[in-house]
Design a protein around this ligand. Structure first.
Ligand code: MN
Length: 313
């Protein structure tokens, strides 16, 4: 099966190779990282694949248990431009604060969505006494036409939920199976969470113009006879109208998809841009404490410093 196809056959095209009439699935392996004291597995961006639709960053944080006098997650003030940060909480409670004055606790089953546009800064910290964290943290690149949009923050306490057999589905953004999420989006996208209450086989209807990836967050996932362990991203590419999944009892998977963005973007530190100039300006403005990124005086701790640019400005 997959040994018939070399990694380089996937290149960067959204069209996965077809071998013996079967469209191949790319295995994207995670890297481990640390975000505000929490171990995370990062599958996007990767050398193997930079984006899936406009989804350009995908961290699986935890599941983590805080011991002793740990205060849990603590990410001090830092800026963003050109993207939306998207948090899907599975376990634990985290307080978001931003430079627009928003303060919002996110709880399991909820989505926080911060649209950075031309500039915002925020903090994230476990609520006092919290011992757990399990979440997916994603970034969505804003298309060129919307990169300078006004910053804003949206909290979605309830999202469309339904069952297909023994699989619980939650629609995080976009449309799926006749359901529509309220989540603000700037390009055609979908995000869907699936949890198997019993061992299940199911078929998902897909849009051929979308590319898709499936991330296993708990348990294992089998796609058309091929196994994907936790934290691997199964990249399905474009051009499929369905996919068949086998999920053991307790497995949790998220599906992300969208139309290929079709724009070259740069991701550097907490910025997504369409040019080096745009990123250099944001770096300078943050380091100069420009009003562009505002302030979060309520946070008890220092602001993060931007590293030097990796190229000559
Ligand atoms: Mn952030």
């Amino acid at each position: 099966m997959s040994n018939l196809v070399n990694e380089r056959d996937f290149a960067t095209s959204p069209d996965c190779p077809v071998v013996d009439g079967k469209r191949q699935v790319q295995h994207i392996t995670p890297r481990s990282a640390d975000v505000g004291g929490i171990p995370v597995n990062r599958v996007l961006p990767s050398r193997q694949r930079r984006m899936v639709g406009a989804w350009c960053f995908l961290d699986h944080a935890g599941p983590a248990v805080f011991k002793g006098d740990s205060r849990g997650l603590r990410v001090g003030p830092h800026p963003h431009i050109g993207l939306q940060t998207f948090t899907w909480m599975l376990e634990g409670e985290v307080l978001h604060r931003d430079s627009l004055g928003n303060e919002q606790v996110i709880r399991p089953g909820q989505v926080n969505l911060m649209t950075a546009g031309r500039g915002i800064s925020h903090t994230e910290e476990s609520v006092p006494g919290e011992r757990h964290l399990h979440a997916a943290q994603l970034w969505i690149a804003l298309p060129e036409a919307h990169r300078g949009t006004d910053p804003r923050f949206d909290h979605y306490p309830r999202l469309p939920q339904w069952r297909e057999g023994e699989v619980e589905m939650t629609l995080l953004t976009g449309e799926f199976a006749g359901h529509r999420a309220p989540t603000l989006a700037f390009s055609p996208l979908v995000g869907l969470d699936l949890v198997a209450r019993e061992s299940s086989t199911l078929e998902l209807s897909l849009r051929e113009e979308f590319e898709y990836g499936l991330l296993t967050m708990e348990g294992e996932l089998e796609i058309e006879g091929e196994t994907f362990p936790p934290n691997e991203l199964a990249y399905l590419g474009r051009g499929r109208d369905r996919v068949s999944l086998d999920l053991p009892e307790g497995a949790r998977v998220i599906l992300v998809g969208g139309e290929p963005l079709g724009e070259e973007i740069l991701i550097w530190w907490n910025f997504v841009g369409h040019s080096k100039t745009e990123i250099a300006e944001a770096q300078r403005d943050w380091e100069a404490e420009s009003p562009r990124f505002g302030r979060i005086p309520e946070f008890d701790g220092p602001r993060l410093s931007a590293p030097p640019l990796p190229w000559k400005a």
